[in-house]
Design a protein around this ligand. Sequence first.
Ligand code: ASP
Length: 318
Amino acid sequence: MWGMIATWRMALEGVTKGAGMLEQGKNAGDAVEAAIREVEDFPYYKSVGYGGLPNEEMEVELDAAYMDGDTLSIGAVAAIKDYANPVSIARRLSSESVNNVLVGEGAEKFAHKEGFERKNMLTDRAKAFYRKRKKEVAQQELKPYSGHDTVGMVCLDNDGKVTAATSTSGLFMKKKGRVGDSPIAGSGFYADSKVGGASATGLGEDLMKGCISYEIVRLMKEGLHPQEACERAVRFLDAELKERRGKAGDLSLIAMNKEGQWGVATNIEGFSFAVAVEGKKPAVYLVKPGEDGHCTFEEASKEWMDDYMKTRMAPVEE
Ligand code: ASP
């Protein structure tokens, strides 16, 4: 049994590619890396890789991670600039015995020495979004940019290996040096081939407060189905945050267990995800959060899919 699940509609092309590789017997490490690179390379996705939206200082700083569920090896980069595929750098770091998580200049130095592709990741389109946002709001609370966000994936191959990976430009207009949940093990991602994996998108500052990806894997280890594990973890963290802080940021999670069963949960409207498992072709689903924390989902219609791409590629009106 193989399978792959990922946050947001934008992951579909990557999931399709990764699923093709898994079908041919490729391993979950190669498949998840190739799938995330596909998203990083597409210039119209403005929260991952090339075309990602910049920080306050108009620089694109990227976070990415990779985890191998067989060995529990982790690699991550944070606030890295000017490299095309942060996920590949993260995966490369996961094979080092130490120095697995590198930030900023150190991450860039490592990438340069290892021969990774340098690239100016700030597109004219992203600059236009920057200027527009600057004009719109002088002072606004940092929050996830609606509907784009982090790509996080969990992948299972035919040999039972589970991997997880993430890639993001983080929150639009974040402070220089700000790091979200995506490169933080246990928060943005976690994978254990004996159990399964999970990955997050939403407000990093809040996702971290619950180490929520690890929590989901832990719940699956206790025997919960991934759907129940996701719902329980999201419901719990959402309630804790509201009780203790008066509000909860966006929390959206995906998970898959070692049997290829999967689940999702969110506390927002508008969360979508892409999934492919052996015997079923890749598809995008839209999630509806219920009052009781129980989430329902349905496959995205053709109209929704068409409209999605149209919006993504529409000119930026400044
Ligand atoms: N979780 C990411 C961060 O906080 C952003 C997102 O998923 O939208 O950097």
